[in-house]
Design a binder for this molecule. Structure first.
Ligand code: CP
Length: 314
């Protein structure tokens, strides 16, 4: 099938064909998720470890649901309930898990680079479920899937990524992936929330003026203010940030009639988005993004583990 990856850690290693295969496979899994019995034997006999060392609602729950729908065995593990609090090293932890003959580790960690370390130590497939400020590749895939479904294409779309670019792992995967798929990306942020070299991400334009940029965009992707990662007060207060960079009912008039609004969640309501925009029935695709999380995570596990086609034909 022309897919040769063992890990999903760095989206920059995925070509446009690889990403499109992921999206098309996610689309095949949509029909599974819309049946009365939402389960296929695709990964029966495989064992997946969900190692979440940092809080998560969407990523963790959608991986767990995806695993159940694919019929694999899974182990939920991580955080303060493990022997890492007694000083056990990551290497020893991973070697212990691998002694159970597992097939995949899905990891979220506050430290960038942990998924790569696990891939080197373990010899099993690894999916990065968000590492520090580095990457969050399955988030980028579900974002691309949601945009592709809403717009019918990705090539040539003008996408504005707004807000806390500097601290965002979502941005670290999303911007390169949009670029790979032929989108024209504009980063929109106060200078204090841009990385030192924003061009490294691969965006086409960078601006600090949201109001000037909005009218050009097909997609407005609002990033969460990463309050847990902010250093040195990059803006005076959240109210001022929201006045300049929040998407709200007033700014709705600046958008193209067919523009859509994305957010990875969790939303800081009243900061990045007001209720009008977050819940806008035509523009907001935020809950579509949540649903797409199950589909692309099923697709990623299936493609990386080489599961069977059993039950996948309609
Ligand atoms: N978007 C995202 O990663 O959300 P969670 O932190 O809830 O998983």
């Amino acid at each position: 099938m022309g897919f040769h990856h063992r890990h999903l850690i760095d989206i920059r290693e995925y070509s446009a064909d690889d990403i499109m295969l992921m999206l098309q496979t996610a689309e095949r899994f949509r029909s599974v998720n819309e049946r009365r019995v939402k389960k296929v034997p695709t990964l029966k006999g495989f064992t997946v470890v969900n190692m979440f060392n940092e809080p998560s609602t969407r990523t963790r729950s959608s991986f767990e649901i995806a695993e159940k729908r694919l019929s694999c065995d899974s182990l939920n593990f991580g955080g303060s309930s493990t022997s890492s609090v007694k000083g056990e090293s990551l290497k020893d932890t991973v070697e212990t898990l691998c002694a159970y003959k597992i097939d995949m580790i899905i990891v979220r960690d506050k430290h960038a680079g942990v998924p790569n370390q696990i891939a080197e130590t373990s010899g099993v497939s690894v999916i990065d479920a968000g590492d520090g400020k580095h990457q969050h590749p399955t988030q980028a895939l579900l974002d691309l899937y949601s945009i592709w479904q809403a717009k019918g294409t990705l090539d040539g779309l003008k996408v504005g990524v707004v807000g806390d670019v500097a601290h965002s792992r979502v941005c670290g995967s999303l911007v390169p992936a949009l670029n790979t798929m032929g989108c024209e990306v504009t980063l929109i942020a106060p200078p204090t929330l841009l990385p030192a070299a924003p061009e490294v991400l691969g965006a086409h334009h960078v601006t600090s003026n949201l109001d000037e940029a909005l009218g050009e965009l097909d997609v407005v992707y609002m990033l969460r203010i990463q309050q847990e990662r902010l250093e040195n007060s990059p803006f005076p207060n959240l109210r001022e940030y929201s006045m300049l960079y929040g998407l709200n009912e007033k700014r709705d008039k600046l958008l193209r009639p067919d523009a859509i609004v994305c957010h990875p969640g969790p939303i800081n309501r009243g900061v990045e988005l007001d209720d009008f925009m977050a819940d806008h029935p035509q523009r907001s695709v935020i809950l579509d993004q949540v649903y797409a999380g199950i589909l692309v995570r099923m697709a990623a596990m299936y493609l990386l583990l080489g599961g069977s086609e059993d039950g996948l034909t309609a």
